[in-house]
Every structure is written in C-alpha cells, then in structure tokens.
Ligand binder design. Sequence first.
Ligand code: 1GP
Length: 244
Amino acid sequence: MKVREYLKNKLRQGAVHITLIDPSRQLPEAAGRLARTAQEVGSDLVLIGSASEHGQRLLMETAEAVQLKTTIPVIFLPGGSDSISFNLDALLFLSMLNSRKPQFVTAAHARIALILKRLSVETISAGYIVVEPGMKLGELGEADLVTRDNFWKAIGYALTAEFMGMDYVYLEAGSGAAQPVPAGMIRAVKREISIPLIVGGGIRTAVDARRVRQAGADIVITGTVIENAGYRERLRSILSAIKE
Ligand code: 1GP
C-alpha cells in the first residue's frame, strides 16, 4: 500500500505517531534496534533524516538496518545533508515555508524532482514551518522563525501550505528543543486548516505528547526521546498519551 493511503487509514482511526531516527546519532545496527522498539510500542512509521551531515554510506546502512528490523513504513526526510535515499517507502517532500534560503523552499527539490519521478518514488508534501527555538534546523535553513506568541504568522504559513495544495502542515520546534510548539499555536492553526497537522520537536514526555495531541496535532513526531536511557518505557507512555 502506498504510504499516503496508509497514513490516511491510520488517521481515520486516530492520531499517528512517527519515530524520527537521525543517522548521525548512532550506528546503523543500533538504529535498527531503536526502530524495532518503536514499532513494538506502537509507533506507526519511521522517518529517517537529520539536520546534521551524515554521509551517504551511513544513511544507506541506517536505512537498510531499519528496514530489516521493521515492517512499518520507513520514509526519508531530506535535511541538512546532501545524502539522499531513493529506496525507502516514500520521501517527505518538505518545503520550509519560512526559510530565507531558496534551497530549503524549492531549489534542492527542483534538483531531484525528475529523478524522483523516473524512479517512481512516492512523495508526500508538507509545508514545514519552523517555530522558535528552531534549533539546528532553524539555523541551517536560515528560518525567519515564527516566535512562540505569533499565532497569526503560523496560521498564515499553514494556510499557504493548504492553498498551495500540500498534503500536510508541519509545525516544527526543532529537534532537541526545550519545549514543544505551544499548545495555543497548535490550536489556532488547527482551527483554520483542513489538511492534517504534523507537530514535532521537544516532545519528551507523555504530558507533552498529550498536550500537543489535545491541542490538535494529527501526527506527532518524536526523535530525541529514543536516544536516552529508559527510552522503551518513555516511548510507550508517549504512545499511550497520543493514542488514548
Ligand atoms: C521532529 O525535529 C523533531 O519534528 C524531533 O524532535 O528530537 O526534539 O523529538 P525531538
């Protein structure tokens, strides 16, 4: 089944959780183990990507290890590296709407678009909106960050994504952020859009996850939480908060 359909079906049943695996943070074998645990505790999909340079070989080996250990879809998130994987289940075709760098909005995309078509890679589009603090991704993408109290700006970008025909809106606080995107902002954006809303960055506990979910996130993405000790239980509690 296509990943787009898979996600649609999952969303019909409730909220979706995605585990982000950063290839630069562990060896491929460990990445495979983490992805397996994520699937066991109920994560719906694995996203592989990073704001750091990780090299083509590490990406390929990580992707292979993750695919070997899981049966849920594994999709690629192009980010800070020039490395790219064409052989995962889909590619998240993100446009960083508040970037000052054309490369992050459409230029890097234009360079690979024809290859994606020729290789019949499934693409899932999302309007990526980087909210304070934005972390490394915000710096790298030279994001004109949406400040945490500027709900209007977040709504403006979110509706831009919808009017441009994108599949999803993705509000991102940045990997490793001290706090997730504010609940009020998620609520304000959700109220105005009619495409599904992805939220990620800084979601570390069940309390964070519940708050983000209840504010209106359809898809919740966590990354860092699986890099720390006790991650299985932590992820399990995040999953039950999202799926309750
Ligand atoms: C995905 O960048 C996030 O949107 C992941 O953030 O590493 O803080 O969970 P964390």
